[in-house]
Design a protein. Structure first.
Length: 457
């Protein structure tokens, strides 16, 4: 076995979980640290720029759910075939997933580019400055969206093989590129063009592109959990459909999550760009502090996948239990810190008093639900690792769109902006509880993905 591939079917579960989740958490924190630095730079351009990048970012992440679906389906299948000791099929699937990511990204660029402005208008971003800057930002990101699709898929392949360190190291390099280029391109330092919001978008694409090149090289050179050297370079639509079958519901899960967030923006949009800026800042903070939960949740996928592939159902279940306890405890502590000292974190992004005051109120509604968010993330990814991507999608739809968005619209009419914050908080609680109830039924244990005689050609 290559040294970059880890056998997760034996040994201490806690040790595996910490070893896998540590680099993932650090990777996410580095990425979000860059996003925060990026927002700090953009914030110096004013509230309009913050709102434009924030809203555009939400729309881009909505588009990115297709990439999430491909990477999720890839990770599940590669992990289970590696657990079943079928390296050839794992490598074949990995290659098909890269081709699939490229095909999808081309389609997204062709469809999304001309619809960028309409997307912003759909969430009632009618402020001329926000609309102009947001459209520019989206056009640039959409032109290079393939870097997002391919980098996410490659990262999933490495993690499926138990290698979370390599994607972290590559991300560090890409993040450093972003951090260096950001002020140069935004403010026009050292002879670079002064591009403003557009400079932030270009820096992002260049950093992502560098990470794709490095990860592809590692896969080709044999320094990855799978190698592309001996794989037949042909399109296999059957395997692509299998990847999509698993990933489509994961995509829909992300789709409904982002639809709810865009719905929240639709509700708060008429309150003005100050409120939108406060919401954007708090969402960035939420994503940053949820990194431990994201890291542990993503570490569960290869743990559950490899152990189910090896027919060790009890060990797969224990790995989820350990992850749940660890993730919920960490996120509860972080939530308490944010509840007690919200202004400390919001002031990092903006000196504007009105934005800070609104953000403080929102964080105090949101932070007590961090433990429930961790439950939802970890249990949802455990179900994904088992091959159940449909149930988490349904739960996300019900909790975030039906309950969350429904409550936000209803409560905003009765108690104003605080009704928006309360509705969002309650949706997190509902989703965490619902995910736990479904996981507890144990139906995921009966799912079979590994084929006895898989076809490589």
């Amino acid at each position: 076995m290559r040294k970059t591939r880890a056998d997760l079917t034996r040994g201490s579960l806690l040790r595996h979980l910490l070893r896998l989740s540590g680099p993932i958490i650090l990777s996410y924190m580095l990425q979000e640290a860059f996003n925060i630095v990026d927002m700090i730079f953009v914030g110096r351009l004013g509230a309009g720029a913050i709102a434009a990048v924030g809203v555009s970012g939400n729309l881009i992440r909505l588009i990115g759910v297709f990439s999430l679906g491909i990477s999720t389906g890839t990770g599940i299948m590669v992990a289970q075939y590696l657990g079943a000791r079928n390296l050839a099929q794992a490598e074949h699937i990995a290659l098909q997933s890269i081709l699939l990511a490229v095909f999808f990204s081309i389609g997204v660029t062709l469809v999304g580019y001309p619809l960028a402005e309409q997307g912003l208008l759909a969430v009632r971003m009618v402020d001329p400055e926000v609309l102009r800057l947001g459209t520019t930002y989206m056009h640039i990101i959409l032109a290079g969206i393939s870097t997002m699709f391919v980098s996410m898929t490659l990262g999933s392949i490495f993690r499926a093989g138990g290698d979370t360190v390599t994607p972290m190291v590559v991300l560090i390099f890409a993040t450093l590129i972003n951090i260096v280029l950001d002020p140069l391109l935004i403010f026009g330092l050292w002879g670079f063009p002064k591009l403003g919001v557009a400079g932030s978008a270009y820096a992002t694409l260049i950093g992502r592109g560098a990470s794709v090149i490095i990860l592809l090289y590692l896969c080709w050179s044999g320094r990855a959990p799978v190698s592309f050297r001996s794989v037949r370079y042909q399109v296999d639509f059957v395997e692509m459909l299998d990847i999509l079958r698993l990933g489509v519901y994961s995509s829909m899960q992300g789709f409904w999550r982002h639809i709810s967030r865009l719905g929240f923006l639709w509700v708060i949009g008429p309150y003005g760009k100050t409120v939108v800026a406060a919401y954007t800042i708090c969402m960035r903070l939420r994503i940053l502090v949820m990194n431990p939960g994201f890291g542990i949740a993503n570490a569960v996928v290869p743990l559950v996948g490899q152990n189910l592939g090896a027919n060790q159902i009890g060990r797969a279940e224990r790995s989820t239990r350990v992850a749940n306890l660890l993730g919920a405890a960490i996120m509860a502590v972080i939530g308490a810190i944010f509840f007690l000292f919200p202004q400390t974190f919001i002031r990092i992004f903006t000196p504007e008093t009105d934005v800070i005051e609104i953000g403080i109120t929102y964080l105090r509604f949101l932070s007590p639900t961090f433990g429930f968010i961790a439950f939802s993330l970890i249990l949802g990814r455990a179900l994904n690792g088992a091959g159940d991507t449909f149930s988490p999608m349904v739960i996300t739809l019900a909790a975030q769109v039906v309950v969350g968005l429904g409550l936000v619209i209803l409560l905003s009419h009765f108690i104003g902006l605080n009704g928006v914050w309360l509705g969002i908080a309650l949706s997190n609680v509902v989703q965490g509880i619902a995910m736990w109830l479904w996981y507890s039924t144990g139906r995921w244990k009966a799912i079979k993905l590994v084929k006895k005689k898989p076809k490589i050609a």
